[in-house]
Design a protein. Sequence first.
Length: 427
Amino acid sequence: MSAVNTATTASFRQDAKVIGLVGLAHGVSHFFQLILAPLFPWLKVAFSLSYAELGLLMTGFFFVSGFGQAFAGFVVDKIGPRTVLCAGMACLAVAALLLSSAQSYSVLLASSMLAGLGNCVFHPSDYTLLNKRVSVARLGHAFSVHGISGNLGWAAAPVFLTAIAGGFGWRTALLAAALLPLTVLILFAFSSETLDGREDATEKSLASSSSSNGKNGDAVGNVSDGSAVNFMRLPAVWMCFAFFCITAMSVGGVQSFATASLQSMYGMSLAWATAGYTAYMLTSACGMLWGGFLAAKSTRPDRTIARAFISSGILALIVATGVLSPMMAIIFMAGIGFGAGVAGPSRDLLVRVAAPKNATGRVYGVVYSGLDLGLVGAPVFFGTLMDRHHPSWVFVGIGVFQILAIATAVKAGSKSAQKSIAVQAAV
């Protein structure tokens, strides 16, 4: 009995280390997705930029990240997730250093694209590590922590960057940001065994389930013919891709110009408008925690997504009317974030069911590239609305894109419903 307890304790410690390290890396990744947006007020003045030019900086980031992410999944499956993850973290650190010393718009754009190259590796690397190194019993918790850590990275970025920029300048803020990935790289250097990415409890359990039940093996979606791109024939993969692309337009609107829109519509100070964005991200993390319980009990995650996005979409449209008080606008921002967060774990469940067991990195890379590609267009689209003095249209777009995404989620769910039930039964 003591031997069993010892093994259980060791397994828990191993899972906790993997989940913690991967979650920390994901938080840094999301932090760097907002490495420039909170500093737009300073960059606009320093380089005499339009809102569209500011938006193009983020477009460059996500353009490189989106295309790079699809290819990064193949590299992860080839050489392992830890090496790729460390390379991405190093790119983020170098990009922040270059941004802090930029003297021209072209350097800002090039450095932002380098940060996008670093960002492209995280989803395929993270999900490969979690699926290979975390036991099946704790995999749901791993996905929840992964999502929450990303949202906390988003929430921390504006507070961290604007606080330092306000007191010491935007260059110092970017220099301080470079310390974050460097710190994580040091932690990774002492955790090589934990993050080696070899086949572990989860894969062995799934392989056992698949071999003992051919139907379940098919549900997981094994690639049996050895083709590296065979997974691309699965319709559910492309429905998930479309879903990510559309929802990214909504997320991009919040990230890029929700703060400026709130300032313009409701006469808020920068501090109050930033608080509205922070409320969005923090409640999104809370919603993701609650959404994890909903996803665990549901065999149709698309329905959870639909209910969550209808609610948050309606709240966004109400904010767009401009009839709220500044305080109520911030509260509604929190409500929008909570709805978006609730949908997160169900979204990841859709992707997990669509992913063949031996093509994890490739599927996550391709599907999550839809998120980055959606974020390519969002900054310029919403920046143009701001340049044309239509701040309320920013929230109209946020709400509409959330509601439009429901159709793709329902289609992906209908194609994956039987697979989802089979995978949950196997687990």
